[in-house]
Design a protein around this ligand. Structure first.
Ligand SMILES: Cc1cc2nc3c(=O)[nH]c(=O)nc-3n(C[C@H](O)[C@H](O)[C@H](O)COP(=O)(O)OP(=O)(O)OC[C@H]3O[C@@H](n4cnc5c(N)ncnc54)[C@H](O)[C@@H]3O)c2cc1C
Length: 483
């Protein structure tokens, strides 16, 4: 979805002039998520609106969740079935089966302490951090994800297969905290799903929920400035110059971009330009969407196509900001489960390559086609022979798109990197540290990127929002009421 402003208007009670919105929600979008985990978070959202998720969205469980293809052509099918997982682990390295069980227990602990207890917490004050410290200690949060995995698995292939999950939320397994092993526990407990009709079907479902509740929604309305008077947010100014007043402003635009570009420096004592520049930002992505006039039936719905390097490649991407010649890929073939996304006999794909954010100084306008051709070559040599002859549609997006169109600082695809020193209380707070009446939500806030993280950040946000005049939106379900 393009830059947008959701404009919940006044119900009339306690509002000022009739066209003055009570709250503005800046930014709403969905550009890419395909691996849907923790579906109950969506179910809760639908229930709040008086509907059942399954009425609107057809989520299908993936089995296996995904395939990890190693550079030597062997693969590891990752699923939620403990017995099958043990068999897969034993196929790669019989000595690692006992370690697998212990790792799963550790991931479960992180799930209980990290997800259940701290996941939806707003981390509004230092006190919230202090309260969380014993749990962080029990989870030994100082260990990196890869360090944790390596303490249970000896085989390098298994170390890759069991640690790469943090890349799905923009975190380098060699620097993010091992607390994110909770992702493994989440996937095992709740499964990995795909939405029939694509992620767009989820977006459309959410739009329907909002519209059914009478929430006005404006697309293609870029916010250029958050208006602040006497330290308090008073509304936003759009790129067109139009000004919208509000009692509070809620942003789910990229947090670094929001502070750096939308809030004037004189209103920022905490999130100064220097602090934002000093931050560490996640990788970006090169995404190539393409369709073929033949089907690749051997290619599962989700495949991680790993390259020859792991740690060195990630160091190039995250620390050196160097665009290398090799890459690891995530290949998405939605038509494997959902024939509606491609014409009969055709296939739909996207493939993404983690790449450095714009500090790499890559001129993407010049490099995009040659990079795409390299990705195509890699797919031809691994899973999709003859691919070039069968492509019928093709589109790429680069880090420049994340910067220029999605307004992401440095073109990072997942906002601030979720390393320990940029997590929880150290991440931008839901209640702005700088501007009263300004609230942030989404990937740039706790707990971080990824669809479940974003939905949980909305729950955290709710705990710090001021009471709004009730009912802001119709509380009864207009669909049921036949409205
Ligand atoms: C290619 C890709 C694949 C991914 N795959 C997965 C996956 O499989 N599973 C998973 O869980 N997560 C995945 N993620 C991560 C997940 O999609 C994100 O973490 C999540 O969408 C972030 O949600 P958000 O609401 O914080 O921000 P976004 O979804 O980025 O939405 C923010 C919106 O705000 C708009 N905006 C920004 N600035 C302004 C402004 N000034 N005025 C108006 N609008 C503005 C942006 O254009 C954007 O539309 C993926 C991400 C990418 C990029």
């Amino acid at each position: 979805m393009d830059p947008a402003a959701l404009l919940p208007t006044s119900s009339g009670s306690g509002a000022g002039p009739s066209h003055v919105p009570l709250a503005l929600v800046v930014g709403a979008g969905f550009g890419g998520p395909t691996i849907i985990t923790v579906p109950f978070l969506f179910e809760e959202l639908w229930q709040l609106c008086g509907r059942k998720l399954s009425d609107d969205i057809d989520l299908r469980l993936m089995d296996p969740f995904y395939r990890v293809r190693f550079d030597d052509g062997t693969h590891f099918d990752y699923s939620g079935d403990p017995e099958r997982m043990r068999t897969e682990v034993a196929r790669v390295s019989p000595d690692d089966v006992a370690g697998f069980d212990k790792f799963v227990a550790e991931a479960d602990l992180c799930y209980q302490l990290g997800f259940e207890a701290l996941g939806c917490k707003a981390f509004d004050s230092i006190f919230d951090l202090l309260v969380a410290l014993p749990s962080m200690a029990r989870m030994r949060a100082w260990r990196t994800m890869h360090g944790l995995v390596a303490s249970y698995f000896k085989h390098p292939k298994l170390r890759m297969a069991m640690s790469l999950q943090t890349l799905l939320i923009g975190g380098n397994p060699f620097s993010v905290t091992g607390v994110y092993s909770l992702i493994i526990a989440l996937e095992r407990r709740y499964g990995v799903y795909s939405a029939m009709g694509g992620t767009g079907a989820i977006v459309q479902g959410m739009v329907n929920l909002l519209q059914a509740r009478g929430v006005p929604l404006r697309c293609n309305a870029e916010v250029k400035r958050i208006m602040v008077e006497d330290g308090r947010a008073t509304g936003v100014q759009l790129a067109t110059g139009e000004q919208l007043s509000a009692d509070i402003v809620v942003c789910n635009s990229d947090t670094a971009w929001t502070y750096r570009n939308l809030v004037a420096p004189e209103h920022r004592r905490h999130w100064t330009d220097q602090r934002i520049e000093r931050g560490r930002y996640s990788m970006s992505l090169f995404v190539w969407y393409f369709g073929t006039e033949r089907q690749y039936t051997d290619v599962p719905h989700h495949t991680m196509v790993l390259g020859p390097r792991y740690e060195d490649l990630l160091t190039d991407i995250f620390q050196k900001h160097h665009l290398g010649e090799d890459f690891s890929l995530y290949l998405h073939r939605p038509s494997a489960s959902d024939p509606s996304v491609a014409p009969a006999g055709h296939d739909a794909f996207y493939v993404l390559a983690p790449v450095p954010h714009l500090d790499s100084q890559t001129d993407w306008a010049r490099e995009a086609e040659s990079f795409r051709a390299q990705v195509q070559g890699r797919l031809e040599r691994t899973l999709m022979p003859g691919l070039g002859r069968h492509i019928v549609t093709s589109r790429v997006t680069t880090p420049q798109h994340f910067h220029d169109d999605l307004l992401s600082f440095k073109g990072a695809a997942f906002g601030m990197e979720p390393r320990l020193t940029q997590s929880a209380w150290f991440r931008p707070h839901n209640r702005s540290e700088d501007v009263q009446g300004l609230f942030l939500v989404g990937a740039g806030t706790h707990p971080g990127a990824g669809v479940p993280g974003v939905l949980m950040s909305a729950q955290a946000l709710e705990t710090v929002l001021p009471p709004l005049p009730e009912p802001m939106w119709p509380m009864t379900n207009p669909m049921k009421a036949g409205a």
